[in-house]
Design a protein around this ligand. Structure first.
Ligand code: C2E
Ligand code: CA
Ligand code: CA
Ligand code: CA
Length: 278
C-alpha cells in the first residue's frame, strides 16, 4: 500500500510538471504552427428558415496538432490572445475565409456572406485599415463579410473600438454580436451598438423547450431585435423541437448540428453544390 502511495504522489507531481510544461510548449507549438501553416478552417452553414441552401457560413479555426491531434479553439485561442499571436492568426483566418468564399462563388455556390470571428484583442488602431487592405487585395466586396465580435467588446465601447468598427461599416462590412445574452448587456443598449446581427447564444437554445426562463429570454431578444431591424441567428440548434420553437418566436436564421456540423471546405462544397434554391 505504501508503495502504491508513493507511486501516486510521483504520478501527481509528474502530471503537474507535465501540465506546466504542456502550457509552455503549446505556446511554442502555436508559434511554429503559424510558420508551418498547420491551421485550417472549418465552415458551418447558416440557413434562412425553410431553405436547404445555406446563404451564410461561419469560419471556425482548427488546429490539427501533429502530435496531440485536434486541439479545440477554446484551448488555444486564449493562449493566442495573451501571447499576441491572435493578431497575425486573425488576419490569416480573415484572408483564408475570404479566399474560400470567392472560390466557392466561382464554383457556383450561392453564398451571400462569410462570417469570421474576431477577438477583442485584434481590434487595435490599425485593424480597420488592415482589414480594408486585405479585402482590396482580394478584390472582395465588403458586403460579403460579417465580423462576429463579443458582447463584452460592445459593452466596453471605447471610442477607439467604435471608430474601427464604424470605419469598416462605412465600407459595407456587417457586424454581429456573438454569444448574445451571456454578456449582461441590457437590451436597451442594443439601440446604440454598431451591429446589425445578433447571434443568440447556444446556452439559451439548448433548453428552450424545458426552461421557461430561457424561452422568455429568447422571446425578448427576438422581439427587441425585430423592432430595431436587426437580424437574429440562433446558434446551437440541435433538434426539430428547437427549430420549431425558434420559428414560432420569429427567429429567421438557424445554425447548428441539426443542419450541419462545421466541415472542411471540400466537404462543404460537396454537400451544397447541388442543393436546390428553395
Ligand atoms: P463560437 O464563435 O460561438 O462558435 C460556435 C461553436 O459552437 C463552434 O465551436 C461550433 O462548432 C459549435 N457548434 C455549432 N453548432 C453547434 C450545436 O448545434 N451544438 C453544439 N453543442 N455546438 C455547436 P468551435 O468550432 O469549437 O469554436 C469554439 C469557439 O472558439 C468559438 O465559439 C469562438 O469563440 C472561438 N473561435 C473559433 N474560431 C475562431 C477564430 O477564427 N477566431 C477567434 N477569435 N475565435 C474563434
Ligand atoms: Ca462565432
Ligand atoms: Ca457563438
Ligand atoms: Ca462561444
Amino acid at each position: 500500500a505504501k508503495e502504491l502511495g508513493r507511486n501516486r504522489s510521483y504520478q501527481y507531481e509528474r502530471q503537474l510538471t507535465d501540465s506546466i510544461h504542456s502550457r509552455m510548449s503549446l505556446e511554442q507549438d502555436l508559434r511554429s504552427a503559424m510558420e508551418t501553416r498547420q491551421f485550417t478552417l472549418a465552415f458551418q452553414p447558416q440557413f434562412k428558415l425553410g431553405s436547404l441552401q445555406p446563404l451564410r457560413a461561419e469560419a471556425l479555426l482548427r488546429w490539427p496538432h501533429p502530435a496531440r491531434g485536434m486541439i479545440s479553439p477554446l484551448e488555444f485561442i486564449p493562449l493566442a490572445e495573451t501571447s499576441g499571436m491572435i493578431i497575425e492568426l486573425g488576419y490569416w483566418v480573415l484572408r483564408s475565409a475570404c479566399q474560400q468564399f470567392l472560390f466557392w462563388r466561382e464554383q457556383g455556390l450561392r453564398l451571400e456572406k462569410i462570417a469570421v470571428n474576431v477577438s477583442p484583442v485584434q481590434i487595435n488602431s490599425s485593424f480597420a485599415n488592415t482589414v480594408a487592405d486585405i479585402l482590396q487585395q482580394l478584390n472582395f466586396d465588403p458586403h460579403w463579410l460579417e465580423l462576429e465580435v463579443t458582447e463584452g467588446l460592445m459593452m466596453s465601447g471605447t471610442t477607439e473600438v467604435s471608430q474601427q468598427i464604424e470605419q469598416l461599416r462605412a465600407l459595407g462590412v456587417e457586424f454581429a454580436i456573438d454569444d448574445f445574452g451571456t454578456g449582461y448587456s441590457s437590451l436597451s443598449k442594443l439601440k446604440s451598438m454598431p451591429v446589425s446581427v445578433l447571434k443568440i447564444d447556444q446556452s439559451f437554445v439548448r433548453d428552450i423547450n424545458d426552461d421557461i426562463n430561457d424561452f422568455e429570454i429568447v422571446r425578448a431578444i427576438v422581439a427587441m431585435a425585430g423592432s430595431l431591424g436587426l437580424t437574429v441567428v440562433a446558434e446551437g440548434v440541435e433538434t426539430a423541437a428547437h427549430e420549431s420553437t425558434l420559428q414560432d418566436l420569429g427567429c429567421e436564421w438557424m445554425q447548428g448540428y441539426y443542419y450541419a456540423k462545421p466541415m472542411a471546405a471540400d466537404e462543404f462544397y460537396q454537400c451544397y453544390r447541388n442543393t436546390p434554391d428553395a
